[in-house]
Design a protein around this ligand. Structure first.
Ligand code: NI
Length: 389
């Protein structure tokens, strides 16, 4: 089905769901209302769904009793902290919470696909996975623990993005998102009077030195052909202009696409922290929290996704990225268990100015819901020939 041919009745239902979720965003692991809405929608389609309550995912099955291959379609449900600044009539009504990453659209398009697939069963099993907490906490692991992948042959998912216009789809095999890790460094010096530096160990000076030094990890020590980032996003120290700060805290994130580079940067951060500590007679504690692994699309499933996507938007609207995205995505946890492919659906409307994900003014052209539903629907139908029973 060409994406323009998604029936208006299905489109209108997707829009209604998306706007309802947009109005009532819920943060990671709190998606109770969202899940209830999803379960209710699935019920009207006659698709049985299970939901274990707050913090869980919604797992729905359109599967023949006799078994056989099963294609999983995944949508994430959570919103982000932050005040919405759009003037949309369906803007967030929850203070300090917003669907700034388009997960409301992901839910709507997978439900749209469920609608199309239930209306005309595809001859292969379909599992619908609505997961909590993509933004924080890796809710994919929760869905896996709840048995979401049991019996699944391959899994597919997508993210909306304003990088591309509505009607464009990006599919690529291999590494498409970076490994993202967080780190925190505590500088322990000795506080003192601002006029008597010789009696103190200034944590601010040590932090400043370290901030600059860490920038050389990527620029001087990593192969420029291996994309990587070290960002220090928060610095906290001190209480008053005339008091030497005895401690400081730096927090940052690391993005890498190659495991050896990741190891090198982790060691490099520790090495430089140690050196700064020695240099100034202070103590520095480094903590690195491993984040989401890279999303690695498998070759065969990327080919299936590409074929389906081209079938709904046309070959000329297929996009191939030159580089992986440095963003993180917990779809990677599924891909560590089963083959699959994560795509991107263009969501920028005609004449719309680019707005990045996570921005307080993020919005989509809702026509992308048609693209998503049509693409997932087609993918499942093409999968019948790909995975013989
Ligand atoms: Ni997202």
């Amino acid at each position: 089905m060409d994406w323009h041919d998604v029936p208006d009745t299905v489109f209108e239902r997707m829009v209604a769901v998306r706007r309802d979720l947009h109005r009532h965003p819920e943060l990671a692991f709190e998606e109770e209302r969202t899940a209830a809405r999803i379960v209710a929608e699935l019920e009207t389609l006659g698709i049985p769904a299970s939901y274990r309550g707050k913090g869980s995912g919604v797992i729905a099955r359109l599967e023949p009793l006799k078994g056989g291959p099963v294609i999983a379609l995944r949508a994430d449900m959570d919103a982000l902290p932050g005040e919405e600044t759009t003037d949309l009539p369906f803007a967030s009504t929850v203070e300090g919470t917003m669907h700034a990453c388009g997960h409301d659209a992901h839910v709507a398009m997978v439900l749209g696909a469920a609608h199309l697939l239930a209306a005309s069963p595809p001859g292969i099993g379909v599992r619908f996975l609505f997961q909590p907490a993509e933004e924080r906490g890796g809710g994919a692991r929760t869905v896996i623990a709840e048995g979401g992948l049991e019996g699944v042959t391959a899994i597919f998912g997508a993210h909306v993005t304003q990088h591309y216009r509505v009607g464009e789809i990006m599919v690529a095999e291999g590494v498409i998102t970076a490994q993202s890790d967080k780190f925190a460094i505590d500088v322990h010096g000795r506080g003192g009077h601002g006029a008597r530096p010789h009696e103190a160990i200034d944590a601010v000076v040590i932090a400043g030195l370290l901030i600059t030094a860490l920038q050389t990890l990527v620029s001087r020590e990593v192969d420029p052909l291996h994309p990587s980032v070290v960002t220090i996003g928060s610095v906290h120290a001190g209480t008053a202009p005339n008091v030497i700060a005895g401690s400081a805290r730096l927090e940052g994130s690391i993005r890498t696409t190659v495991p050896e580079v990741r190891d090198h940067i982790h060691h490099g951060i520790r090495r430089m922290a140690r050196a700064c500590a020695d240099l100034h007679n202070a103590r520095l504690d480094v903590r690195i929290d491993p984040g989401y692994p890279p999303v690695v699309n498998t070759f065969r499933e990327s080919e299936l996704a590409r074929r389906a996507a081209a079938g709904v938007v046309g070959e000329r609207s297929m996009v191939r990225p030159e580089h992986p995205s440095m963003g993180g995505e917990d779809f990677s946890f599924y891909l560590q268990k089963v083959p699959g492919c994560f795509m991107r659906f263009g969501a920028r409307g005609e004449g719309q100015e680019y707005v990045p994900l996570h921005s307080s003014s993020f919005d989509i052209d809702e026509a992308v819901l048609r693209v998503g539903a049509a693409c997932f629907d087609r993918l499942v139908r093409e999968a019948v020939a790909f995975y013989p029973p």
